[in-house]
Design a protein around this ligand. Structure first.
Ligand code: CMC
Length: 428
């Protein structure tokens, strides 16, 4: 029997339907609350208790540390799938057949050039520009070169816009890196796999051959899969809300990149390495930094720790921690930053401050150590996250459009001045 919640306000009772998800999650449907109560809204800063949509893409249970894309566990996907398959799965709902993935990849390949004039825009940025700002700008600039990607009402038009952005975004990310490091821009080799080509576009030297290192390729593929979607997080909600005005896919993603940049979200992967470096430079005293993180008068937070949803463990962090060990061993790299990270984790997991608040390492705690081992500079870490999150943003945007969701427009409770009279400047 359908569940009903009852709300009592000023002696009047309101019945609110309860929506139940396929994993038995319950949500009180307040769609008609304002209408029925003649003006009452809910207040939930940070949307900690608010479900913004019904979604069939990603399921996560923060208490149990469960993450699934379209019903498949993240552990199994990270082990058995490749990133392009996961892109397809997230966006279209099913794992692709051999023919489907072949067509999908060929369609992407066919769009993998970027207008030469985009190079002029990239050239206008200083070398020191942060890759996330550059990427967000270039992704938004792409709209000008692909105006047909804006009005996409049919599924066919959507598909075209989707393969275009999947094709061009890795080029933009690789170019952003190359510009920063002073390397000539490169198109890689699109006979290669999607991720392999990306690595080649990033790292090929103008005077040498690029040879794929299988360990590097496998590790990056896995990292991208782990980052591919995470339901209604800050950047994804941004993509959905921008897209809800029908502004277009590329510009919605450009906004998502901006949201991801912040250190409380994707920017944490850069912040973690900078924090670990700072601890090392300070003599390696992890206890001192733990004390700072616990001090309410100190703005310092243990970066890579805590999560809005995971209150037990972040399943991605578990996989990444093991991958970090494997990658460093396989590449023969010794990184004392990894030892500092492990020491910090151990201390935090035994510390009542972190235990009581259910703060565990998140996906960003160990990912930077892997990126570093793969030769990716720290300023590019969040751009790597963006590349990984791209299919998630696309899938969520597509779902929102296909479900014909209304424009996102939250309400507020006004707490400012009530009506007052204008005072001329000479009397203020
Ligand atoms: N170090 C120290 N204290 C912390 C931390 C931390 N990393 N994270 C949360 N707390 C404390 C916080 O001060 C608060 O304490 P109290 O209850 O005494 O006021 C309590 O734990 C709850 O924290 P919150 O800020 O209310 O929780 P939230 O759900 O709003 O924030 C978070 C989640 C991820 C923004 C936060 O844990 C954080 O800032 N972590 C560090 C940044 C980080 O690693 N971000 C990456 C998130 S995972 C990848 C992604 O989403 O991009």
């Amino acid at each position: 029997m359908a569940k009903i919640a009852t709300l009592e306000l000023d002696g009047k009772k309101y019945e609110l339907p309860v929506v139940e998800g396929t994993e038995n999650e319950l949500g009180i449907d307040i769609k008609n609350l304002r209408l029925d109560t003649k003006g009452v809204v809910t207040l939930d800063p940070g949307y900690k208790n608010t479900g913004a949509c019904e979604s069939a893409i990603t399921f996560l249970n923060g208490e149990k540390g469960v993450l699934r894309y379209r019903g498949y566990s993240i552990e199994e996907l990270a082990e058995k799938a490749n990133f392009l398959e996961v892109c397809y799965l997230l966006i279209f709902g099913e794992l692709p057949t051999t023919d489907q993935i072949k067509k999908f990849h060929n369609d992407i390949r066919a769009q993998s050039q970027v207008d030469e004039d985009v190079k002029k825009i990239l050239d206008g940025f200083p070398k020191s520009a942060h890759p996330m700002g550059v990427l967000s700008s270039l992704t938004s600039a792409l709209v000008a070169f692909n105006p047909s990607s804006v009005n996409v009402d049919s599924e066919e038009d959507m598909y075209k816009a989707i393969v275009k952005i999947l094709a061009k975004f890795p080029v933009l990310a690789a170019w952003t890196y190359r510009k920063r490091t002073g390397l000539p821009l490169d198109y890689g080799d699109d006979t290669l796999g999607y991720v392999e080509n990306f690595l080649k576009m990033m790292f090929r030297k103008p005077n040498g051959e690029y040879k794929t290192n299988q360990t590097v390729l496998n590790a990056l593929d896995k990292l991208l899969i782990l980052h591919a979607d995470h339901e209604q997080n800050c950047s994804t909600s941004t993509v959905r809300i921008v897209g809800s005005s029908h502004a277009g896919l590329f510009i919605s993603i450009s906004a998502g990149i901006a949201a991801l940049w912040g250190p409380l979200h994707g920017g944490a992967n850069q912040a973690v390495i900078e924090m670990l470096e700072a601890i090392k430079a300070d003599g390696g005293d992890t206890k001192k930094f733990m004390a700072k993180a616990k001090d309410k008068d100190d703005p310092f937070r243990l970066m890579g720790f805590g999560h809005r949803v995971y209150k037990n463990f972040d399943p991605r962090a578990k996989i990444i921690k093991k991958a970090a060990d494997d990658v460093l061993e396989s590449l023969g790299i010794e990184d004392d930053i990894l030892d500092i990270a492990k020491a910090l984790e151990k201390e935090a997991l035994e510390d009542p401050y972190f235990v009581d608040r259910k703060l565990y390492p998140n996906v960003d705690f160990y990912s930077g150590i892997i990126y570093r081992a793969l030769g990716i500079p720290v300023e590019m870490f969040t751009a790597m996250f963006a590349l990984g999150r791209l299919p998630g943003w696309i899938a969520q945007w597509r779902e929102m459009r296909l479900n014909k969701e209304p424009i996102g427009r939250p309400r507020q409770i006004y707490v400012g001045e009530t009506l007052r009279e204008f005072v001329p400047v000479e009397k203020r």
